[in-house]
Design a protein around this ligand. Structure first.
Ligand code: C2E
Ligand code: CA
Ligand code: CA
Ligand code: CA
Length: 278
């Protein structure tokens, strides 16, 4: 199995190199992947640690390659960012996620926000805010049920980011800082930006059970987040021990394999159904 994995990887990286060398073809290739339904979104529940209810879902993209099976976004998102392909792909992701969330509301599930990962490259586009607004209007989704996950790397251009985030806030979408604690040394920006949630990076959540620093960072981030009136989400929870710790320090929301892996629509709907009946 290992041998096969390696061959797949080699096939894949040469395919990537080939695609990268033909940047102009990339958009065509992406469109084809979308038309052939090779790109799909999976959805991972976010759990209220107090009530154990699903209070949100994060959309995570998957590429079902006909020969290579499922290719991780960690492998193709960086390429999409480098080539700019993330811009049309990001619009497709946003629209797909909003459409799905609207459909869940129409099916009668309790309305919950859908979290969508946004690359810095998308935020840098002149018409990013307009395109978000346009998608929300087309889909007919109330903006409060869309949450944009951005990383601290947008702080590299703090001036522009402040403007864009304020415009997004005006539209009424929610904003969370993903991978919090890994990207940027200054925390002062937090006070000045319209942020709703912090997502504590998995590496810190791992520390709770690694005994490396007994979760000191996690405690610090939870306290700081609460002092600033943010929702605090812990990601990458795999063990009950972590849940106990996080609850003890009043973390609000949890996400991770302990609760559920990212799931295809139908399976997520089964969880939503249970969630409604409980
Ligand atoms: P991320 O936004 O930090 O997403 C969390 C990643 O951790 C996801 O990997 C998720 O499947 C995984 N995960 C969740 N819970 C656990 C857990 O308990 N244990 C472990 N080991 N992993 C867990 P995934 O789906 O492979 O995505 C990887 C990264 O690719 C994402 O990190 C995000 O940066 C990027 N990505 C994924 N989908 C999109 C997308 O639609 N747009 C953009 N721009 N980036 C995306
Ligand atoms: Ca994320
Ligand atoms: Ca993350
Ligand atoms: Ca990440």
């Amino acid at each position: 199995a290992k041998e096969r994995g390696k061959n797949n990887y080699q096939f894949y990286s040469s395919k990537l190199a080939e695609l990268t060398s033909r940047k102009l073809d990339l958009e065509k290739w992406l469109r084809k992947s979308m038309e052939k339904n090779e790109l799909t979104l999976n959805y991972q529940p976010q759990i209220d640690l107090e009530t154990n209810k699903i209070i949100g879902v994060e959309a995570l993209i998957r590429w079902h390659h006909p020969e290579n099976g499922i290719i991780s976004p960690a492998d193709f998102i960086p390429l999409a960012e480098e080539t700019g392909l993330i811009v049309p792909m990001g619009k497709w992701i946003l629209k797909e996620a909003c459409t799905q969330n609207k459909r869940w509301q129409e099916l009668g599930f309790d309305p919950i926000p859908i979290a969508v990962n946004i690359s810095v490259r998308q935020i840098q586009e002149d018409n990013f805010v307009e395109s978000v607004l346009q998608i929300l209007e087309e889909v007919g989704l109330n903006p409060r049920y869309l949450e944009l996950e951005i990383t601290e790397s947008i702080m590299q251009d703090i001036e522009r980011s402040t403007i864009v985030l304020n415009q997004l806030k005006e539209i009424g979408v929610q904003i969370s800082i993903d991978d919090f604690g890994t990207g940027y040394s200054s925390l002062s920006y937090l006070k000045h930006l319209p942020i709703d949630s912090l997502k504590i990076d998995k590496s810190f959540v791992d520390d709770i059970i690694n005994h490396s620093n007994k979760g000191e960072m996690v405690k610090t981030i939870i306290d700081m987040g609460h002092n600033l009136n943010f929702n605090v989400i812990a990601e990458g929870i795999e063990k009950e021990e972590q849940v106990i710790f996080l609850k003890q320090y009043a973390c609000n929301v949890g996400q991770g394999y302990f609760y559920s892996r990212p799931l295809p629509v139908e399976q997520l709907e089964e969880l939503l159904l249970k969630n409604r009946n409980e």
